[in-house]
Design a protein around this ligand. Structure first.
Ligand code: MRU
Length: 340
């Protein structure tokens, strides 16, 4: 039986009009919460990755719009500011549009919708965890990238929810965790979550992954997504595409796990997805210490796009989709149109 473990971290909590957000930039050294009633502080937290992960930034933004409504600020201005914080994860825009559409500007309704969205994500993770765990064999070593756990969704996680569920089902799995340069979401956050759950894991540098896959040390790769286009191309944390190439070269299944809200029917293909470019300082430094010579230029794309043909299956709370993705995605997102 999948469960929400007692050790699960709550990265975001809503109490009496105050939003509590764990500051992920301080983890694993310190679990400190930002407490705010100002949507601008929520926008700032999303921008600097204090709150991160596609589903969780959507939930944070929905609460941000609620804060604006409660505080008498313009909901439209708040929505625009929150939506502009990060461009790649479609969940952000999806969540903001959903709270605005559902409520007609009524503060109480906005709050109820944000809470509903938060609860739905928790349930979604449990379901995708079950569906994905069925694809993980007993004894498998599973490789994952970035952080797709509780800290990224508010529930058990998407890809990491699959790992946790397989482990809770009694499968003897172990996890290889990519450290995920430049901001180390794997080392700082995923390793921290797995340790809290007691799930066996080893941390690797990103560049070790292909060699370990080639040597047969990996039986499945599970990653999340920030936006999945209508043709199945999936944007995720930079480095994901290289893993998918290595997986295909060596016959290792490559699974993308994401809630249905990450599928963007309005984006036809991966090349249409805007890739966030972040500050080069994140590349020229390591844990705030400068590592490159002064003046070194850097490119810092935060995401890359894995083409659909490299993806073995896309797992969401609504089912396990396989190629041809244009058809299976349309059947899931617009069942009536696909049946015509
Ligand atoms: O820049 P981040 O840390 O927000 O990037 C997060 C990722 O790329 C995750 O893999 C993705 O959002 C899926 S989270 C369930």
């Amino acid at each position: 039986m999948p469960r929400t473990s007692s050790t699960q971290i709550q990265p975001i909590e809503w109490h009496d009009g105050v939003l509590h957000i764990i500051d992920q930039t301080l983890l694993p050294a310190e679990a400190r919460y930002i407490e705010t009633s100002d949507y601008r502080a929520v926008a700032a937290a999303i921008r600097r990755l204090a709150v991160r992960g596609a589903p969780l930034i959507g939930i944070a933004a929905a609460y941000g719009v609620t804060l604006a409504a409660r505080g008498g600020d313009s909901m439209t201005a708040a929505a625009e500011e929150l939506a502009a914080t990060r461009p790649t994860a479609v969940n952000l825009r999806w969540a903001i549009e959903r709270v605005l559409a559902a409520t007609g500007g009524d503060a109480a309704l906005v709050e109820a919708e944000a809470i509903r969205m938060h609860q739905e994500q928790i349930a979604s993770d449990v379901r995708s965890g079950e569906l994905g765990a069925a694809l993980i064999a007993d004894g498998a070593t599973v490789l994952t990238h970035c952080n797709t756990g509780s800290l990224a969704t508010g529930g058990i996680g998407s890809a990491l929810g699959v790992v946790k569920t397989a482990y809770w089902q009694g499968k003897r799995i172990s996890v290889l965790v990519d450290e995920t340069r430049p901001l180390l979401q794997g080392a700082r956050l995923t390793a921290w979550e797995l340790a809290r759950e007691g799930i066996p894991h080893e941390l690797i540098v990103d560049s070790a992954a292909a060699g370990l896959i080639a040597r047969g040390r990996v039986q499945a790769i599970v990653v999340g997504a920030d936006r999945i286009a209508a043709n199945g191309d999936a944007a995720n944390k930079v480095g994901t595409y290289g893993l998918a190439l290595a997986a295909q070269a060596h016959g290792v299944p490559f699974y993308v796990v994401a809630p249905a809200s990450t599928i963007d029917a309005r984006t036809a293909r991966g090349s249409d997805i805007v890739i966030e470019e972040r500050d080069g300082d994140e590349v020229t430094s390591f844990a705030s210490a400068r590592t490159a010579p002064d003046g070194t230029a850097a490119r810092n794309p935060a995401f890359d796009v894995t083409p659909a043909h490299l993806i073995t299956a896309i797992i969401s709370e609504r089912g396990v989709l396989r190629a041809p993705y244009p058809r299976t995605i349309a059947a899931m997102t617009q069942p009536a149109a696909a049946a015509r």
